[in-house]
Design a protein around this ligand. Structure first.
Ligand SMILES: C[S@@+](CC[C@H](N)C(=O)[O-])C[C@H]1O[C@@H](n2cnc3c(N)ncnc32)[C@H](O)[C@@H]1O
Length: 299
């Protein structure tokens, strides 16, 4: 493989990426050229909100071709385009053959939720002390247990029930924004008897079905409109903005005596969430990790 490496200002990122696509690049990736320096810019997007920017002030655009001649031909065509002024050619690099599957797998080790509750990829043996295990490989949907927000939700779930002994707060559980289904599967492993998992992304719904099957638990996965009735636990690990918009809907699904568990919230966003949910319930911070918080409320 050969990588054509270009530097490009923010306003050309979209055009240049599309042109590389049209020139038969196998893949195009865009990186912050100032990453790991003082000039690094963090760009965060939230679902339902417009992208904060097309790219970074100085973006490195990397296009992969299966032959050096193809990369060279694409470059020659780009050099005569008006939009290419302001862009810079960094070179064409040989990308050595690697065992990409093994390399990817090596980046995912078992994740500890509590000392005896672990998320374990299928290519690893569970650690000896693991009494409850979710088997999960990284896939198209979010949720491998490596993110603190997921771990905090799982810790909360683990606290509610021990494996095989249903606790009343885990009778009927709704995982709203299920991604890989990891929270729904966790709830089922800790004794939840009726678990619904929903997501706006069909790929997430499909991942949840497959992951629940692989973990031998029963989870009803679907789109948000399939939610029905009330639940002893409603857990939603999304992000602050959608969680605020979803406040009336999520709270309306919490049964009397039930709990609402919210994650995807930065510590500095706690007050915004408390205000948004104030008409319905009183949220409080129940856990925190790496600048992220878990907020809960009881009905
Ligand atoms: C951060 S992931 C969480 C995945 C998993 N529950 C976990 O804890 O790791 C958020 C998920 O919420 C979904 N999502 C975002 N907005 C949503 C909405 N308004 N309704 C339902 N799902 C939503 C996304 O598609 C994504 O799969």
């Amino acid at each position: 493989m050969f990588e054509l490496q270009l530097m490009c200002p923010e306003d050309r990122v979209e055009t240049l990426s599309e042109a590389l696509d049209a020139l038969d690049a196998l893949s195009v990736s865009v990186e912050d050229a100032d990453a790991q320096t003082d000039a690094e810019q963090a760009l965060f997007g939230e679902p339902g909100m417009p992208a904060p920017k097309d790219g970074w002030q100085r973006s490195r655009v990397l296009a992969l071709f299966d032959a050096r001649e193809k990369a060279q031909a694409a470059l020659e065509l780009l050099l005569v385009q008006d939009f290419f002024s302001g862009c810079e050619v960094l070179g064409i690099q040989n990308v050595p053959e690697q065992d990409w599957v093994r390399l990817t797998q090596s980046q995912f080790a078992p994740v500890e939720v509590t000392s005896d509750f672990w998320i374990v990829p299928t290519w690893h043996e569970p650690p000896q002390q693991a009494r409850t295990v979710i088997r999960l490989d990284p896939g198209l949907a979010f949720g491998t247990g490596t993110h603190p927000t997921t771990r905090m939700c799982l810790r909360w779930i683990a606290k509610q029930g021990q494996c095989g002994i249903p606790s009343t707060s885990l009778t009927r559980v709704l995982d709203y924004g299920c991604g890989s289904g990891i929270l729904a599967i966790g709830a089922a492993k800790f004794g939840a008897t009726d678990v619904d998992a929903v997501d706006i992304d069909l790929a997430a719904v499909e991942s949840t079905v497959l992951n629940a099957r692989a973990n031998h638990v029963s989870v009803n996965a679907g789109l948000p409109e399939t939610v029905c009735g009330v639940y002893q636990t409603v857990v939603a690990n999304i992000l602050a903005t959608p969680l605020k918009v979803l406040a009336p809907l999520l709270w309306s699904r919490v049964a009397s005596g039930g709990s609402l568990v919210l994650a995807g919230i930065l510590a500095r966003q706690a007050d915004e969430l408390i205000d948004a949910y104030a008409p319905y319930c009183q949220l409080h911070v129940a856990d925190s990790e790496d600048g992220w918080i878990l907020m809960t409320a009881s009905n």
